[in-house]
Design a protein around this ligand. Sequence first.
Ligand code: NAI
Length: 331
Amino acid sequence: MHKVTLIPGDGIGPEISAAVQEIFAAAGAPVTWEVHDAGQTGLDRLGDPLPAATLASIAATKVALKGPLTTQVGEGYRSVNVTLRQTFDLYCNLRPVKSLPGVKSRYAGIDLVIFRENTEDLYAGVEHRVGRDAAESIKIITREASLRIAQAAFAYAAKNGRQRVTAVHKANIMKLTDGLFLAGAREVAQQYPGIRYDEVIVDNLCMQLVLRPVAYDILLAPNLYGDIISDLGAGLVGGLGVVPGANIGQGGAIFEAVHGTAPDIAGRNAANPAALIMAAVMLLEYLDEGACAARISAALEMVLAEGRTVTPDLGGTATTTDMTAAIIRKL
Ligand code: NAI
């Protein structure tokens, strides 16, 4: 049995987390949950958006499934998502972008995996004003961080039978910073002679992804480009409701849906649980429970492909609980 921290989160979080718990129970997934609060729920119940007990649980279990958390724009408490990534040094942001049968999108057959460096680049937040009329933001790229994200991408490629890793950059302009990122990728590529390695400039990649997304396999990117192409990727396969993500470090991993708290539909039994279920499937794979992960994934894909018992965002009329029950029947 694996102990896993579950943060149901805010808005639709508790509804879609309950769906995952029911599906795990029905599938006999070898997981016991330690349920803890964070975000607005943490603040309301325990007076803290990131309570000490939640942090202590993740530190002990080293694996968490997290529902979406409310982040206030321009005021209020600091983003809990960012604090968690920094606290546990979750340097690897992994987002699979895959076409799903039955989910509406302009494309078919997409099977991309994006590896985004999660700790530095312009997101280090080192900014300052220069006088009244200018401001600077400092882009930080280190050899160490570039090597470890490249290592994560190539190790994943080798483990999952992937053919190719493409590094994303703008080193024609940012020769030092993006140049260092590429140097790290090239160094790691040499340790994996069986995996094809190439490089693409980020603006060209955006055009190529829109024209022919099936042309890519694994994309390896520094933080800012990775953030942007991750959402571009979600758009290619049908949007927020069907895309999971993982934040992984040496000390642990946190899995989540990519979407937010959907306050407009919270509490109405209308949320699509697919993205959090897919994040939970990634969690099982991370725990080396591949067979159980594959069963849940297949059951979800059958329900999506049939399209009869899906939530309104996917064009159906089912409730969250109906869709969950349909997935459990397929198990
Ligand atoms: P959102 O993703 O919550 O909602 C955007 C639209 O997509 C809404 O119309 C919503 O109803 C719909 N939607 C999202 N997930 C859905 C699902 N599973 N099923 C059906 N419909 C779904 O984005 P928004 O409105 O920008 O953010 C709301 C809150 O969520 C904010 O406080 C934001 O900071 C937070 N947020 C948290 C994230 C996280 O914890 N990882 C990620 C993104 C936003």
